[in-house]
Design a protein around this ligand. Structure first.
Ligand SMILES: Cc1cc2nc3c(=O)[nH]c(=O)nc-3n(C[C@H](O)[C@H](O)[C@H](O)COP(=O)(O)OP(=O)(O)OC[C@H]3O[C@@H](n4cnc5c(N)ncnc54)[C@H](O)[C@@H]3O)c2cc1C
Length: 426
């Protein structure tokens, strides 16, 4: 895929500078090369839409950002004929979900009971997944991914958004586009510049992330480890545990003020199997803070502009569903809009159909995350004697209920299937 924009004369300037901008044209300009942006770019280019994706970073190798690829996403890849290639990339599998709650061990979801091609969650580093989507898109000459290119502002004619003003290594760049799609994540510039209002649902937790080497002989693969006052999620990544230590919102400094030794001993008390390698957390630099946010836009579009993925609805990491919702949004957007570019920008009523289609799964998923926060996480963080809640014990006793939980988690609410048509490659 060409990485450089075709330079040309430009007319306007970004946020008050007078530097002349180079200019390119596309039918669709996608801001953000995360899961939503890369998948939408692929799908629109596949359908014959001239598409540019802007990504502010030089590559996909960034901080840990979650790496759960759920069965719903693999179904989409299968529908696109990409599943075989995807599975060749390095990944680990999680086919059932267990947790320790005080002294109780619970089994919550069993993906093996789903009659689908890939009955498991694939753990693939997000950069690997994005690199895979980038490579898959390379077959379409009408898809350009411009890296090191950061959107700064939107261009407008009257009330209609007509493209993006960006900065690249070569300087200012205008991308004139019939439709601009904000896939630029939870701190979206597109949604801010478009003036789309956010409903903040609130999340009372933050998460500290770190990794610890895994003992190869370890049999206990429990994901959730809850003890009075502490919750630790341990994701089995083959030779290491990706760990998420859940703390009440805004309490990072309190945790740090108790000292690293206390932090390490809290971790080991929550998951004793980490004891042998806990010394790998040598300083606070080894521990990264994720500020958890749950929000959503009330309106996802205005004339000429649409937001999807985290830009339209930031998800809590509970359930590891953010990547998959972003992919589902991209599929729904392409299904609804890919063949509507022949007369310029699809009408706003059509753009709004994306929100109408996707708001229900977003709301239900966020509501489930909030229930998990209030009923399980809050309860554990309060301290005091801890037993598994009754509903977890009921699920543990019922393989059928474990398959229902697996379906909700792995396939999600109102799963999307690819219906947008592939155009002939010219
Ligand atoms: C620490 C952490 C752990 C997580 N764990 C999980 C997990 O285990 N499973 C899961 O499913 N989800 C997880 N999530 C959530 C998940 O990462 C997001 O829900 C998902 O990535 C959303 O995809 P997206 O494409 O909408 O946005 P993002 O992944 O946020 O992608 C946005 C992209 O836009 C780019 N960008 C931003 N601004 C601009 C700009 N102005 N110009 C150009 N480019 C721009 C960014 O560089 C980025 O590449 C986690 C998130 C974090 C932060």
């Amino acid at each position: 895929m060409p990485a450089k924009p075709a330079a040309g004369p430009g007319s306007s300037s970004a946020r008050g500078t007078s530097e002349p901008a180079r200019s390119i044209k596309a039918q669709c300009c996608i801001v953000g090369g995360g899961p939503a942006g890369m998948m939408l770019g692929y799908l629109l280019a596949r359908a014959g839409v001239d598409t540019v994706v802007l990504e502010k970073h030089a590559d996909f190798l960034r901080d840990f950002r979650g790496d759960t690829v759920h069965p719903s996403t693999m179904q989409v890849l299968d529908e696109l004929g990409l599943l075989g290639e995807f599975l060749k990339r390095p990944h680990d599998k999680l086919d059932h979900l267990q947790g320790h709650f005080g002294d109780d061990t619970v089994s919550l979801a069993d993906f093996r009971r789903l009659s689908i091609k890939t009955p498991y969650i694939a753990f693939m580093p997000q950069w690997e997944f994005l690199d895979f989507l980038f490579d898959a898109g390379a077959r379409y000459p009408n898809l350009k991914v411009l890296r090191r290119t950061e959107a700064l502002d939107l261009m407008r004619e009257g009330e209609t958004v007509t493209g993006v003003i960006a900065k690249s290594e070569e300087g200012r760049l205008e991308i004139k586009a019939a439709l601009t799609v904000g896939c630029d994540g939870r701190h979206s510039v597109v949604r801010e510049c478009a003036g789309l209002s956010i409903e903040d649902i609130g999340a009372p937790i933050d998460v500290l992330w770190f990794r610890i080497t895994k003992n190869p002989a370890e049999k206990d693969r429990a994901l959730m480890n809850a003890q009075p006052g502490r919750i630790l999620v341990t994701i089995d990544r083959g030779d290491y545990w990706q760990c998420a230590y859940v703390i009440p919102k805004g309490q990072t400094e309190q945790v740090k003020s108790r000292g690293l030794e206390q932090f390490r001993s809290d971790i080991v008390a929550t998951a004793p199997r980490l004891a042998a390698h806990i010394g790998e957390v040598k300083s606070w630099d080894d521990v990264k803070l994720l500020t958890v946010t749950i929000d959503r836009l009330t309106r996802w579009s205005k004339p000429g502009v649409l937001c999807i993925g985290d830009a339209a609805h930031a998800m809590s990491p509970i359930g590891g569903v953010g990547i998959n919702l972003a992919i589902q949004d991209a599929v729904a957007t392409a299904n609804l809009l890919a063949d509507k570019f022949s007369n310029g920008c699809p009408e706003e009523s059509l753009l709004d159909q994306v929100r109408q289609r996707r708001m229900f799964p977003v709301k239900v998923t966020q509501a489930l995350q909030i229930q998990m926060q209030n009923r399980i996480i809050d309860r554990a963080l309060q301290g005091g004697p801890l037993r598994a809640p009754a509903f977890m014990k009921i699920i543990t006793r019922s393989p059928w209920l474990q398959s229902i939980v697996a379906r909700v988690l792995g396939i999600g609410i109102r799963p999307e299937h690819v219906t947008s048509k592939a155009a002939a490659i010219t």
